[in-house]
Design a protein around this ligand. Structure first.
Ligand SMILES: CC(C)(COP(=O)(O)OP(=O)(O)OC[C@H]1O[C@@H](n2cnc3c(N)ncnc32)[C@H](O)[C@@H]1OP(=O)(O)O)[C@@H](O)C(=O)NCCC(=O)NCCS
Length: 273
């Protein structure tokens, strides 16, 4: 890439998963190579190279019902503020436009500075929480639930049909779907911490009980992306030792499409919604 040239945007293939992982690891994100493969298999991932090196990415993951999730917007530190993220998100939006999709994303504060001027509007807020484990393991982990039960609840609550993504998560070694008192959640491996989400429940106490039961059955650090308006859940988590790491702002480009019946307590992750 020459400083005087406009960046040349390429479509990435599944062979780029390791190079994508280098970028997300540089940003201290939790994605694994398996996560990159979901975007590269199920979605469209755009990239910009400098010589042979991948220096920037953005992914568009279509969901049924004319929706798409934009994520993995990453620019290596030496190449920022040259318009690369803007150019790649534009490529995602053009793909969404051609396919009649409404685009959603969960923005970091730096990301929101890029997306606002492009025409994204804010919707709900999330809080990323981390639990560094010191507690001893409980004797009784929460009981297992089926992928079918999770898929049905996910669809009812979010309004998105995310069968492909949830199945991909569930098939990975280390993933578990668990439930207690009408609450249900998925736990999956991450690069540095296990991730809890999505998590659905009828009320905050059931959501908190399930999160705590999962925590007591794990000896790894845990991450969870809570919906900020679930105040009692958030307060319960912080009282149980979870710390808030960062906010995410959910944003939408295009007409509102998803009409979920309810609000999740924790989402699948900012990169998946
Ligand atoms: C956020 C990120 C993708 C931006 O990439 P980038 O290529 O530097 O962004 P752009 O050059 O397209 O920025 C376009 C505009 O957005 C705004 N912007 C971008 N980064 C910003 C920052 N750190 N602080 C404030 N404004 C910022 C500016 O208005 C900028 O225009 P300007 O440079 O002419 O002032 C990059 O900083 C990054 O990879 N950060 C770590 C990972 C991350 O947070 N990704 C976003 C996930 S939602």
């Amino acid at each position: 890439m020459d400083a005087t040239d406009g960046p040349s945007v390429i479509k990435l293939g599944v062979e780029h998963a390791p190079a994508g992982l280098v970028l997300s690891t540089e940003a201290h994100w939790n994605q694994t190579e398996d996560d990159w493969r979901v975007f590269l298999h199920e979605g469209v991932v755009f990239g910009i190279r400098d010589g042979a090196r991948l220096v920037a990415t953005a992914a568009l993951l279509p969901y049924p019902g004319n929706n798409a999730w934009i994520s993995m917007v990453l620019v290596t530190a030496t190449h920022r503020r040259r318009g690369l993220a803007t150019c790649l998100v534009d490529a995602c939006l053009e793909t969404a436009r051609k396919n009649g999709l409404t685009s959603w994303l969960d923005a970091t504060p730096d990301g929101a500075a890029v997306y606002g001027p492009l025409g994204f509007t804010p919707t709900l807020q999330l809080r990323r929480l981390r639990l560094v484990k010191s507690a001893q393991l409980a004797t009784q982990p929460p009981s297992s639930a089926t992928l079918e039960a999770l898929r049905a609840r996910d669809r009812r609550v979010t309004g998105f049909d995310r069968s492909a993504v949830l199945s991909a998560f569930a098939q990975r070694s280390g993933s578990r779907i668990v439930s207690a008192n009408g609450a249900i959640a998925l736990v999956r491996e991450g690069r540095t911490a296990r991730h809890i989400g999505p998590l659905f429940a009828d009320h905050a106490a059931a959501a908190l009980n399930l999160a705590n039961a999962i925590a007591q059955s794990q000896d790894h650090p845990l991450l969870l992306d809570a919906v900020a308006s679930q105040g009692a859940f958030l307060e319960g988590l912080t009282a149980s030792g979870w710390t808030i790491e960062r906010p995410f702002q959910r944003m939408r480009f295009g007409p509102a499409t998803a009409a979920g019946a309810d609000m999740p307590f924790a989402v699948a992750g900012p990169e998946f919604g």
